[in-house]
Ligand binder design. Structure first.
Ligand code: SAH
Length: 523
């Protein structure tokens, strides 16, 4: 469980105000230089290389910082190869729902079963896909459940795991494939599932590689995946009078008159830059408490600030609110669009015009593959994560290490960094990417787990333990784990986490609700 505290509110407030030198936080405040970046003692090699890069090219977006911290090949939190390192569990940094109780993955398996039934129990072409599978525990619990339903189990064509981390891929292979060898394939790796020699498990590091086909039905699970995808952060700023735009009269050959436009707010992208190095005389405790990086508010627009916040009326509605801060994750929007397209096919009209290149004076359109059409949408996706149900995330960037909240700007590569998921943003992007999908939820995790029959499953597990005269407190553990998943209080995950479904949109079946979102098992 990661976000037990909305920690960085104070951290963010603190870091987005003033630089320790008391000058406005612009890159030009001159508190870092290439020599200081090199001479300073950095907490990690990644901190040093980020600081050196920023010194050379200027402050970077929060998205670039997050991407480096989480998935840079040599030093990323998930991707660096550190012998014996495990991010999960008591000895790691955080615990996730599938690691808390087997019931979690089992109920997701049941949800897939219910969707497969309601879509006519296809006998082949099922793709089970998980993005960000961690240790593989959720997929293992799902597969253990699904193998009890033979027609569904035998309809599975292949299992796809989308994973950026080589060491987690290896953990998943051990758990899901046992002794079966793993081999390189184009863009990924392949092995065989321990539950069925006929089922391949294929790893890619991007969901774009999962094959699209009209006869495939992808059932896609994303648990605590979207919170790890990079965000850009924007603040609505009222330009100072000296920065205001000037319009010049275009009547006549020379400008005759100019007037100032009324002050309208602009989005500025908050960027990441190193903080001032603690000086030799500061006490150890203050050195430790100052994060190595900070957010700064640049004086001018970035390409992202001119483009991303104009993409949705939800964002533009906040522009007049001075100092409003919004977080946008283009990687999440692109991933959810791919997910929606796999289920429902793409919109017939491509969003951008085909690229053209000039050849000897003539302009020739480069051939574009036609958008993937799926006359009969099929499959489904379940997204489980933390974030507000209807508002745009704000001030949500957080760090966690050894189960404690910490600044996301300390010890880059050793701290897990995440941000709230924008569920409405994901839903809008899914619907605009594919005409063949509809979105349900988000609903609170506790509500969803109960609607899926979780309490009844826990009763069965508890009775099984009692029948076996297990005296080591297993009953309390099972019940305690369940309480943690559904509890709506600040220590529980029942309200903080949300569940959202993407299912096929079928003419004539409007109003159908998936199980867990108000619907019944059908089929
Ligand atoms: N779903 C798991 C793990 C959540 S942690 C669970 O609930 O236990 C996030 C997972 O996403 C890890 O497996 C991490 O390696 C993976 N991940 C993070 N960023 C990724 C990216 N950009 N591409 C692919 N995988 C990523």
């Amino acid at each position: 469980m990661r976000p037990s505290f909305r920690l960085p509110v104070e951290v963010c407030r603190r870091i987005s105000n003033k630089c320790p030198c008391n000058a406005p936080r612009t890159f030009a405040c001159g508190r870092w230089s290439s020599s200081s970046a090199t001479a300073r003692q950095w907490s990690t090699p990644l901190a040093k290389s980020l600081a050196e890069a920023i010194t050379t090219t200027g402050p970077i977006s929060v998205a670039a910082y997050m991407r480096q911290c989480l998935t840079s090949p040599d030093s990323g939190y998930y991707t660096a190869h550190t012998e014996g390192r495990d991010q999960f569990g008591q000895k790691g940094d955080f615990v996730t729902s599938p690691e808390i109780s087997q019931v979690f993955g089992e109920l997701i398996g049941i949800w897939v079963l219910a969707e497969w039934m309601s879509q006519g129990k296809m006998s082949s072409g099922v793709q089970l896909v998980e993005v960000g599978p961690g240790r593989g525990t959720l997929m293992d619990d799902m597969l253990r459940t699904i193998r009890n339903f033979k027609p569904l189990a035998s309809s599975i064509d292949a299992i796809y795991l989308v994973e950026a981390s080589p060491s987690l891929r290896e953990a998943q292979r051990k758990l899901l494939c046992g002794d079966a060898p793993i081999q390189d394939i184009e863009y990924g790796y392949q092995s065989t599932c321990k539950y069925s020699e006929c089922t391949k498990i294929i790893w890619y590091d991007d969901i774009k590689f999962v094959p699209q086909a009209v006869d495939k039905s992808p059932f896609i699970i994303a648990h605590e995946f979207f919170d790890a995808l990079p965000i850009h952060v924007f603040q609505s700023v009222t330009p100072s009078p000296t920065e205001s735009s000037v319009i010049t009269s275009t009547t006549g050959t020379s400008p005759t008159r100019s007037s100032r436009l009324p002050q309208t707010n602009q989005w500025r992208e908050l960027l990441v830059a190193p903080t001032r190095a603690p000086d030799r005389f500061s006490s150890t405790s203050s050195k430790e408490s100052i994060p190595e990086f900070q957010l700064i508010l640049p004086k001018s627009s970035t390409p992202h600030s001119l483009y991303l916040p104009s993409l949705s009326p939800r964002y533009t509605a906040l522009l007049p609110t001075s100092n409003a801060v919004i977080e946008i994750s283009p990687s999440s929007l692109s991933t959810i669009s791919t997910i929606a397209t796999l289920i429902g096919g793409a919109n017939p009209t491509p969003k951008s015009p085909p690229k053209s290149r000039p050849t000897s004076g003539k302009t020739v359109s480069s051939p574009q593959p036609p958008p993937f059409q799926k006359p009969h949408p099929s499959g489904a996706a379940l997204i489980i994560d933390y974030g507000p149900a209807s508002t745009i995330p704000t001030h949500s960037l957080r760090g966690i290490r050894a189960h404690k909240p910490c600044s996301p700007f300390t010890s880059p590569g050793l701290v897990d960094i995440s941000a709230d998921v924008d569920f409405v943003g994901l839903a809008d992007a899914a619907i605009s990417a594919s005409p063949g999908v509809e979105v349900h939820g988000p609903v609170e995790q506790g509500t969803w787990l109960r609607a899926m029959g979780g309490a009844e499953r826990v009763d069965i597990l508890v009775k099984g333990v009692a029948a076996g005269k297990d005296g080591d407190g297993a009953k309390e553990r099972i019940e305690g784990a369940w309480r943690r998943l559904v509890d709506r209080g600040p220590q529980g995950m029942g309200r903080l986490y949300k569940v959202m479904a993407i299912v096929p949109h079928v003419e004539g079946r409007e109003g159908r609700r998936p199980v867990g979102f108000g619907g019944e098992v059908v089929g």
